[in-house]
Design a protein. Structure first.
Length: 438
């Protein structure tokens, strides 16, 4: 985790003290259930909760010092808690194995991280929706292969982004539900030394579902799905960021990132206004996606368990969630303050002499009796003259002067085919699909 790209609330989930607090709650809830089942004295759980009620500071350094000797993090934690609580602490961890604590804790952390990310997505969706309606009918050119195609609106570009991030939210909700899973099943997952009712109790207390069959670990296909979902969200972030970067190019300049007073674009060239935020988002998306392949490789563990996944998850759990949280917040800021230039959009759209209306002419010629192949040839030969003249010629004028075209379509009919509003007749329908009626 790099502090430059971290926000406080998400980072706090992954702090050692936060992890140890979750560990304690898992152990205390399990001891509580064991007490109700008569396996251990009820006084054991009471002693643990009484100590917890004092709001004790977690001495991370002391736990680390014990681990330096034991070479085992869960044992080090249990030893430290026993030193604080006293004799009753010996009943902690009855019938449990370390993975019961570690995997259940990770489930809690990833669920907490998901809640923050879902709130981030809500903020981003709100910003995109507001700007989409602001520019619902702002004309701009649609591009395929980077080349002028046909007219769209800037609002439609943003509606497309909204729909994509709405899908991201749906996927993350499903991924959260899949990852928020508890396992308190003991060595190799057989419940030989711990009652399944303990697992049910802990799961209920922590707001988790029960893992149906947990070898000695929670199966890592769940985690693979979770991190893959984060990777897809990161790719959606990059897609919108790249669009902004293209629109900010000097030759295009239809939109650009907000440039704040006092901001500098280059140490050498005072005139520069660079798309640094969206370039940064492209880089951050790569980092989030870098967690996906290791998560997929973690699925194949040896037999009932090994720890080849453990070191990987110590990296990707914090890094992927913290980075994605930062990226979503940054993208929300970009969208919220994005500078949009409708006049430049119109100027760019008109710079190619009306070529953007070529399909309408093609279709009209076919409807007037010309074969599709013939109509295509008629339009293309005139369009190429405009293209090669870099838009200094008018496609409409050339078509009017072409006798073969004139044999099929009158001047008035051709002029009607160059109506920009024609392309926007379904905008309301698309918006209703994306944002709902009304």
């Amino acid at each position: 985790m790099v502090p430059r790209y971290a926000r406080k609330e998400m980072s706090a989930i992954w702090e050692p003290e936060a992890r140890f607090r979750i560990w304690f709650e898992i152990e205390a809830h399990a001891t509580e259930a064991l007490g109700e089942l008569g396996v251990v004295p009820k006084s054991a759980a009471k002693a643990l909760w009484d100590w917890w009620a004092t709001e004790p500071a977690i001495d991370v350094a002391a736990i680390d010092a014990i681990e330096a000797v034991t070479k085992h993090d869960v044992i080090a934690f249990l030893t430290w808690v026993a030193q604080q609580v006293g004799d009753e602490a010996r009943f902690m961890h009855q019938g449990m194995t370390s993975s019961d604590v570690l995997d259940t804790c990770l489930a809690v952390q990833l669920a907490q991280a998901s809640d923050i990310l879902l709130a981030d997505l809500d903020g981003l969706l709100e910003a995109i929706k507001r700007r989409a309606f602001e520019h619902k009918l702002t004309p701009t050119i649609g591009r395929s292969h980077g080349i002028h195609a046909e007219p769209v609106t800037f609002g439609l570009k943003l509606a497309e982004a909204y729909a994509e991030f709405a899908r991201c939210k749906t996927r993350l909700i499903a991924a959260r539900a899949e990852i928020a899973t508890c396992a308190i099943s003991g060595a190799v997952g057989t419940f030989a030394n711990i009652d399944p009712r303990v697992e049910s109790h802990v799961a209920a207390k922590l707001g988790l579902s029960i893992e149906p069959v947990s070898t000695q670990v929670i199966p890592r296909d769940r985690h693979a799905m979770f991190f893959a979902t984060l990777g897809v969200i990161a790719s959606s972030i990059e897609r919108l960021a790249v669009e902004v970067r293209h629109l900010q190019r000097t030759e295009v300049l239809e939109a650009e990132e907000y440039f704040s007073p006092g901001q500098k674009g280059s140490s050498a060239m005072p005139h520069k206004r660079n798309p640094v935020l969206t370039e940064n988002l492209t880089g951050l998306a790569r980092m989030v996606r870098s967690a996906v392949v290791p998560a997929l490789e973690n699925v194949a563990l040896w037999h009932e368990r090994d720890i080849s996944h453990s070191s990987v998850e110590r990296f990707i759990g914090p890094d992927a969630t913290i980075t994605l949280d930062f990226a979503l917040a940054r993208l929300t800021g970009v969208v919220d303050k994005l500078l949009v230039y409708p006049e430049r959009m119109m100027k760019n759209m008109n710079r190619m002499g009306g070529l953007i209306h070529s399909q309408r002419v093609l279709l009209a010629l076919t409807q007037a009796g010309e074969s599709r192949e013939g109509a295509y040839a008629l339009v293309q030969r005139n369009a190429m003259k405009v293209w090669e003249a870099d838009g200094t010629l008018s496609l409409l004028d050339l078509l009017k002067a072409d006798p073969e075209v004139g044999a099929r379509l009158s001047g008035d009919q051709l002029e009607a085919l160059f109506d920009l509003d024609y392309h926007y007749k379904a905008v309301d329908t698309i918006f209703a699909r994306v944002f709902g009626e009304g």
